[in-house]
Design a protein around this ligand. Structure first.
Ligand SMILES: Cc1ncc(COP(=O)(O)O)c(C=O)c1O
Ligand SMILES: [Zn+2]
Length: 376
C-alpha cells in the first residue's frame, strides 16, 4: 500500500471548548455537544497539480486521506466555470450539477467515504434532504460499504429512487428534516455517522470548490462568493479552502462570503440581521428549495463567523423569486433544482444592491432531474 508519508492526517478540534481528539469513525461530535473541525496541514505543489487529470483529486496533497489505495474516485470535480450575464453584470458560475450523482455533494462524499474505507468501516448511517444521501450512497456502493440513509418523507421521489439505486437502505421519516436528523443520530450511536454536516472530512472535500476556482481563475482569488446555505457545507467548505490557501501563502485574502437562504426557512438570515453569534429557532414554512430547508444548522456559529470575518452577508429569497429564476435558468440551458435556483435568485438580488466590477463566483449545485416532479 502506498502511503503519502509527508502528510500529517491531523486531529479533531472543538472551537467551543478547545478539546482535541484523534480522528476515528465513532467520533462525530465533541463531548461538549459541539461540532468538530479537522486540523490538517495541506500542501499545494502547483507543478504537480497541473500535470494531473482534471478531477478534484488533483489537489491530492491538500486532501486528508493517507493511502492512495483508499481513494474512491469517479473522476469527479474540476467542474466548468461558465461566464454568464445577469442584469448587466458578468458573473462566473461553477456548474456543480455535473457531478456523478448530479450535485456538488460528491465533493464531500468522495473524501468522507474514502476516509471511512481507510478506517475499514463496513456500515455507515447518514441523514439528508436527498442529495447528500445520494452522494454518500453512491460512494459507499463503490467502496462496498453498507449505507443507511434517513430522509424526510416528503423528499423528491427522484432522490429516493437514486438512493435505493445505489443499494442503500432508505429510511423515510414522518415529519421535519430535524426529526429525520434525530432518528439518524440514534442509529449513529451504533453505526459510524457519515454525516455531511457533522463529520469534518466532508468539508475537506467541499473545500475543493475553492481550489478549483483559484486554479480556473489563473491562480487568483475572486472578490465575492455567492453560495447557498442550508447546513452550509459548500459555504463552509469554500471558506475553508480559501483559508487554507491563504494560510499556505498561496493567496493574500479570502473572498467576501455571501450566503443565500429561502425566506421560508432563514435562520442564518435572521441571526445575521440581528447580530447574533448563534442561530435561534425560526418559524419554518414550506419551501420548494428543499435542499436548504434547514431550521437548525449544525454549524450556524461557524457560518456566521465566516460571514463576519469576510464582511459578507446573508440574503433571503421568496418562493416567487425562486420559481421565476428556475424558469429563467432553464431558458439559458440550465435545468437545475429549485434549491439551486434559490442561489441564483439571491445572486440577482445581491447584484441589484451591489453594482460593481467585482469578480463574483456563484454555482449551480443540483441537477433539475432530481426534482422534476416538483418542478412539473
Ligand atoms: C442542490 C443543493 N444545493 C445546495 C444545498 C445546500 O447545502 P448545505 O445544506 O450544505 O448548505 C443542498 C443541500 O442539500 C442541495 O441539495
Ligand atoms: Zn467541545
Amino acid at each position: 500500500m502506498l502511503y503519502l508519508s509527508f502528510m500529517n492526517m491531523g486531529k479533531y478540534s472543538c472551537s467551543n471548548c478547545k478539546r482535541f481528539y484523534p480522528p476515528q469513525p465513532a467520533r462525530w461530535r465533541c463531548d461538549c455537544g459541539s461540532f468538530l473541525d479537522l486540523e490538517f496541514e495541506p500542501k499545494f505543489p502547483i507543478e504537480k497539480i497541473v500535470k494531473r487529470s482534471p478531477t478534484l483529486w488533483r489537489y491530492r496533497e491538500a486532501l486528508p486521506i493517507h493511502s492512495n489505495a483508499s481513494v474512491l474516485s469517479m473522476n469527479e470535480g474540476f467542474t466548468p466555470l461558465e461566464e454568464i450575464e445577469l442584469n448587466g453584470n458578468r458573473v462566473l458560475l461553477k456548474i456543480d450539477y455535473l457531478f456523478p450523482t448530479g450535485s456538488y455533494k460528491d465533493r464531500g462524499a468522495t473524501v468522507l467515504v474514502s476516509k471511512m474505507k481507510e478506517w475499514g468501516v463496513e456500515k455507515v448511517v447518514e441523514d439528508s434532504s436527498g442529495n447528500a444521501g445520494s452522494a454518500v450512497a453512491a460512494y459507499c456502493a463503490k467502496a462496498g460499504i453498507h449505507c443507511e440513509v434517513y430522509v424526510p418523507q416528503h423528499t423528491s421521489p427522484e432522490k429516493l429512487v437514486q438512493i435505493q439505486a445505489y443499494g442503500a437502505t432508505l429510511k423515510k421519516v414522518e415529519g421535519s428534516r430535524e426529526k429525520t436528523a434525530e432518528k439518524a443520530m440514534v442509529a449513529a450511536s451504533k453505526i459510524p455517522y457519515a454525516s455531511h454536516c457533522w463529520n469534518p472530512f466532508f468539508l475537506h472535500g467541499t473545500k475543493t470548490f475553492a481550489f478549483e476556482v483559484w486554479e480556473q481563475m489563473g491562480w487568483k482569488t475572486p472578490d465575492t462568493l455567492v453560495l447557498p446555505i442550508g447546513h452550509g457545507t459548500l459555504f463552509l467548505g469554500a471558506y475553508l479552502g480559501f483559508k487554507e490557501l491563504k494560510e499556505s501563502g498561496m493567496i493574500k485574502r479570502i473572498p467576501k462570503m455571501v450566503g443565500i437562504q429561502s425566506a421560508s426557512c432563514a435562520p442564518l438570515y435572521q441571526a445575521f440581521k440581528k447580530g447574533w453569534k448563534e442561530t435561534h429557532p425560526i418559524q419554518k414554512k414550506e419551501t420548494i428549495a428543499e435542499g436548504i430547508a434547514i431550521a437548525e444548522p449544525v454549524r450556524g456559529r461557524q457560518i456566521l463567523e465566516s460571514i463576519r470575518k469576510t464582511e459578507g452577508e446573508v440574503l433571503a429569497v421568496t418562493e416567487r423569486e425562486i420559481k421565476v429564476t428556475l424558469k429563467e435558468m432553464g431558458r439559458r440551458g440550465h435545468f437545475i433544482e429549485p434549491t439551486s435556483a434559490a442561489t441564483i435568485a439571491g445572486l440577482k438580488k445581491y447584484l441589484r444592491e451591489n453594482r460593481q466590477k467585482a469578480k463574483i463566483i456563484s454555482t449551480l449545485t443540483g441537477m433539475g432531474l432530481k426534482s422534476a416532479g416538483k418542478v412539473l
